[in-house]
Write a protein that binds this ligand. Structure first.
Ligand code: EPZ
Length: 420
C-alpha cells in the first residue's frame, strides 16, 4: 500500500489545475446505460472510482473506450447484456447503486447488490427504492441483493423525497427520462452535480426542467440518443486546495475552478480570513491575515457541503480562537479527528458536533487515512505541521483525487509517495 511522506512548513504558491467533478462524472457514465448510442464525456477525472465504474458498465455489456488515450475523454456505448450489478463491485463503490434506475428503465429488470455501509455511515438506499416503487417498480430484497422489475415499463408520478438525497434524486431522475408520462421530483437535491446530470440527459434528448430548484419535472420520452458532454469542474477539489493554500499561508490559482458552486465555502473561508476570488479561468485563493475560528454546519446544497467538512476542520485546528463544526448529513464523519489530535490539534467531539480550540502549530506524525475526504484533511494538516507526517492507506485518497502529490509538489510542497 502507498504512503505519503510530507514535510510541513512550505507555503503553496503557483497554479493547480482543477479536474472534472468525481460526483458528476460517475453519474454521467451511468447515464450511458440509457442509450445504445455513443455518449462521449470530456474532462473525466483520472481516479480509481472512475476505473471501477468503467468495469461495472463493461460487465453490463457496454463498451467504454478511452478516446483521448489519457482517460480524460471516454466514449460509452453498446447494448446491455447483463442486468446484474455484483457485490464485489457495488461493495467497493456505493455509486454503483445508480445503475438500478437506468437498468429498470431500459430493460424492465435489475438485480443490484445492496451497497452496505461505509466508513462514514450506514448509507441506506431506502429512498432510492421507495422512489422507484412509486414509478411502478416491484422491488424485493433477498440474499443481499435488490431484485427490481418493471415488466410493463415505468410510469411517471409525483415523488416527494423526505430528504433531499443526492443519490435518490439521481436514480429517480435517470429512470424517469424513459418512463411513460410526467414525473415530478419534489424536494429534489440541488447540488450542482445534479444540474450537470440534467444537462447531459437533456443533451441526450431527455426533457427535464427545474435545474437548481427543489422541484424537477421530467417528461418521459421513447428513447435517448448519443451526445457529447463536458464534465463540470470539481468544486470539492477546488475547495480542498483552497484550504491547503490557506493553512500554509501561500497563494494558489486554481485553474478551471468556479466559486459559483462553492458559495457557503467561500463565505466560511472569508470569515476565517481567507480570500477566494473568481478570475478569468481560475480562482485565486490566499490568506488575508491571521486565521480566525469559524462555526460551520454541513447541510444539503446550497449549505456548507459535508464533503468539505474534514478539510475545513484541519484549517480550523490552527485558527485563533474556538470553532464548532456540526455534521448533519452523515452519522460518522469525524474519523479524521483522532488523527488530527495525534498531530497536536485540540478537538473534542460531542455527538454530531466537534469543538475545535485552535493551536499555534501542529506537529508531524504517522497518521492513517480512513476515507476519501479525511485523507485530504490529514494532508492539509501535514502541509502546515512542523516535521514529518507519514500518511498511510493513501488508496482512500486515490479513489477521488487525481495526482495529489504532483499537484502539491509543483507548488512547493515537500510531499512524496512511497510504495510498500
Ligand atoms: C453523494 O452521496 C456523494 N457521493 C457524497 O460524496 C456526498 O457526501 C453526498 O452525496 C451528500 O452531498 C457521490 O455523489 C458519489 P445522499 P449520496 O443520498 O448520494 C441518507 C464524497 O466524499 N440517505 O444525499 O449517498 C444517507 O445515509 C462522497 O465524494 C438515506 O437515509 O448522498 C446520508 O446520511 C461521500 N436513505 C444522507 O441521506 C437513502 O436512500 C445523504 O445521502 C439515501 C440517503
Amino acid at each position: 500500500m502507498d504512503r505519503f511522506i510530507i514535510h510541513g512548513g512550505h507555503p503553496l504558491r503557483g497554479d493547480i489545475v482543477i479536474g472534472g467533478a468525481k460526483n458528476s462524472a460517475l453519474k454521467l457514465l451511468v447515464a450511458g446505460l440509457l442509450t445504445p448510442e455513443k455518449l462521449v464525456l470530456d474532462n473525466v477525472p483520472r481516479i480509481a472510482d472512475i476505473r471501477t465504474m468503467r468495469r461495472l458498465l463493461e460487465q453490463h455489456g457496454l463498451t467504454v473506450e478511452d478516446i483521448s488515450g489519457d482517460g480524460g475523454t471516454l466514449s460509452i456505448g453498446g447494448e446491455i447484456t447483463n442486468t446484474e450489478a455484483p457485490y464485489n463491485i457495488v461493495s467497493k463503490m456505493r455509486a454503483s447503486i445508480l445503475v438500478l434506475g437506468p437498468l429498470l428503465a431500459r430493460c424492465g429488470e435489475a438485480r443490484v447488490s445492496l451497497p452496505g455501509g461505509c466508513a462514514i455511515g450506514t448509507r441506506p438506499v431506502d429512498l432510492h427504492l421507495k422512489a422507484l416503487e412509486t414509478l411502478g417498480a416491484k422491488i424485493t430484497l433477498e440474499n443481499g441483493y435488490i431484485h427490481a422489475e418493471a415488466p410493463n415499463g415505468l410510469k411517471g408520478e409525483r415523488v416527494i423525497l423526505p430528504f433531499a438525497s443526492v443519490g435518490a434524486t439521481e436514480n429517480l431522475l435517470m429512470a424517469a427520462t424513459l418512463a411513460r408520462g410526467r414525473t415530478e421530483i419534489v424536494n429534489a437535491a440541488r447540488e450542482p452535480e445534479i444540474g450537470d446530470l440534467v444537462g447531459c440527459l437533456n443533451a441526450m434528448g431527455a426533457r427535464i426542467t427545474g435545474i437548481g430548484t427543489g422541484k424537477l419535472v421530467i417528461d418521459g420520452v421513447e428513447g435517448l440518443h448519443g451526445a457529447r458532454y463536458r464534465v463540470m469542474p470539481d468544486r470539492i477539489e477546488c475547495g480542498t486546495y483552497a484550504c491547503a493554500a490557506a493553512i500554509t499561508g501561500g497563494e494558489l490559482r486554481l485553474v478551471g475552478g468556479q466559486v459559483e458552486h462553492l458559495g457557503a465555502v467561500v463565505r466560511a473561508l472569508e470569515e476565517a480570513g481567507v480570500e477566494m476570488v473568481q478570475e478569468e479561468g481560475a480562482v485565486r485563493v490566499q490568506r488575508t491575515g491571521a486565521l480566525r475560528g469559524v462555526d460551520i454546519m454541513t447541510e444539503p446544497y446550497p449549505g456548507f457541503p459535508t464533503d468539505m467538512q474534514a478539510q475545513f476542520m484541519a484549517l480550523l485546528s490552527v485558527a485563533e480562537g474556538a470553532s464548532m463544526v456540526t455534521e448533519t448529513i452523515f452519522e460518522n464523519r469525524f474519523m479524521h479527528v483522532p488523527e488530527l489530535n495525534r498531530m497536536g490539534a485540540r478537538i473534542n467531539v460531542h455527538g454530531s458536533s466537534a469543538i475545535i480550540r485552535g493551536v499555534h502549530s501542529l506537529s508531524g506524525a504517522p497518521v492513517m487515512a480512513t476515507d476519501l475526504r479525511a485523507s485530504f484533511s490529514l494532508i492539509i494538516a501535514g502541509l502546515a505541521a512542523h516535521g514529518e507526517t507519514i500518511l498511510s492507506r493513501v488508496y482512500h485518497l486515490d479513489r477521488g483525487y487525481e495526482a495529489v502529490e504532483r499537484k502539491l509538489a509543483q507548488c512547493g510542497a515537500h510531499i512524496e509517495r512511497v510504495s510498500d
